[in-house]
Design a protein around this ligand. Structure first.
Ligand SMILES: [Zn+2]
Length: 139
């Protein structure tokens, strides 16, 4: 399902009001901070986002699936890492003026200029293993 949302200036208000769902992919080279971990320029990140409601409270559901090329900390060769996350964030009204989304494990402030692209990138960086290793004995 394609979408007409600008991921760097994501219209959360419309997304919530219409209870939309997006299932799409993003070329990995669009993420500055993780582009070193791609295999090629054709790599894509797959994601889906949706809104759900429970007792008047709205939640933002985000699933990410991406293959990354990390460096094995034992042999310093490439090691393929598949990152799959599935998270739910409570949507809360912004208190005061917010410049950028607040990185919070469980909440997203509803602001005009939500940067979903960097939010996804932040989530990936948080999930990266600190010492990636081959599954086999590589040293
Ligand atoms: Zn290794």
């Amino acid at each position: 399902m394609k979408n007409n949302y600008n991921l760097q200036n994501f219209d959360l208000y419309r997304f919530i009001a219409k209870k939309e769902k997006i299932c799409d992919k993003i070329p990995v080279f669009k993420f500055n901070r993780i582009s070193d971990f791609k295999f090629s320029d054709n790599d894509s990140l797959f994601y889906d986002v949706s809104v759900s409601e429970d007792l008047g409270q709205y939640f933002f559901n985000l699933n990410i699936n991406i293959d990354l090329r990390l460096l094995c900390c034992r042999c310093l060769e490439d090691v393929e890492f598949t990152l799959k996350t599935s998270n739910q964030y409570e949507l809360v009204q912004a208190i005061g003026k917010s410049e950028k989304h607040v990185i919070d494990d469980i909440k997203i402030e509803i602001i005009d200029n939500f940067d979903l692209l960097s939010f996804i990138e932040d989530e990936i960086l948080l999930e990266l293993p600190t010492s990636p290793k081959h599954a086999f004995k590589c040293n």
